[in-house]
Each structure stands twice: as C-alpha cells, then as structure tokens.
Design a protein around this ligand. Structure first.
Ligand SMILES: [Zn+2]
Length: 164
C-alpha cells in the first residue's frame, strides 16, 4: 500500500515513463487528468496545457467533450503502451440498498479480486447509499470485470466509473 501511495503521488506530477505514446511528439511530459482518471485500455486523448505538459483524459470526460476543444490543435492523440505494468488509480461510483454488512460485502469482493483499495466512502440516505471507491487496477478490462462482480452483490443497483 505504501509503495502504491508513493506511485500515485508521482502520477500527479509530469512523468516521463513510457506508459503512453503521444502522436507526433517525443520526450514530452504528460500527466493523467484527475477528473476522469484514465487507466490503460480506456480511449484517451491528450490536451496540451499552457505549460506544455500533455494532460491525458478519457475521451468521454465531460471536460474534453466540447467540440471546439476537440477541433483545436492543442488536442493530441494518445495511445497506451501495451507493456505498461503499473497499477492505476480508478474511481467507481456505487449505488445500492443501505443494509447491514453491505460495506463488508463490497470490500470482500474487491479483496478477492486481488485489488488494493485506496479509499472507500458510503453516504446513506433514505434507505439507499451512494458510495465512492478508489481502487488500483492494471487496465480497463480488469476494472470492468471488477465492476461486474460488484454489480452482482445483492442490493447493488448501479456501478459506474467516476467522473468528477
Ligand atoms: Zn478528464
């Protein structure tokens, strides 16, 4: 856990690991957008910020879905390096029935899936809860498998990727 926390802090800074391939540019600094937290396998694009650092967003992120922005030359195409073996932080939003033991069931599913949880919070109201979980995953495929497993927990209504 401590090691991954450290890696996560580094991800907030411009890094020069070859986790992604940025079209038409070499040796460019990039970082992952916190709003949509892309993981390998997601459709992504890069947005060149004023300081020259490429911010990588998921294509369906509300912050980059603006058409004028997408036409602009500050947008660059980005693909994942298939050899990446880093765990990425992803956010999941869970809505379900507020009942005793639901938190335990969710964390059990995640721990069986061999995934580390960075944080989890549940807000209950009127017999329902809305939960936010931050988990470490290798890629989008693993993340969807995990989300499918969470959906199967009795009393869970929806499980979706978090976009802030
Ligand atoms: Zn974003």
């Amino acid at each position: 856990m401590a090691r991954q926390e450290q890696e996560q802090q580094q991800q907030g800074m411009p890094v020069k690991k070859d986790e992604v391939i940025i079209a038409g540019m070499s040796n460019i600094a990039y970082s992952y957008a916190k709003c949509c937290q892309p993981v390998p396998g997601d459709d992504v694009l890069g947005f060149v910020s004023a300081d020259g650092v490429v911010k990588i967003h998921r294509k369906n992120c509300i912050n980059v879905s603006n058409e004028n922005l997408l036409k602009s030359e500050r947008v660059v195409s980005v693909s994942w390096n298939r050899k990446v073996e880093t765990d990425f932080l992803a956010g999941i939003k869970i809505v379900g029935e507020d009942r005793l033991g639901i938190m335990n069931q969710l964390t059990t599913v995640i721990s069986k899936f061999d995934t580390n949880i960075r944080s989890i919070s549940l807000n209950a109201r009127d017999g329902m809860f809305v939960g936010t979980m931050m988990v470490y995953v290798r890629n989008s495929e693993k993340l969807s498998t995990l989300m499918d497993k969470l959906k199967k927990v009795p009393g869970i209504f929806t499980v979706e990727r978090l976009i802030s």
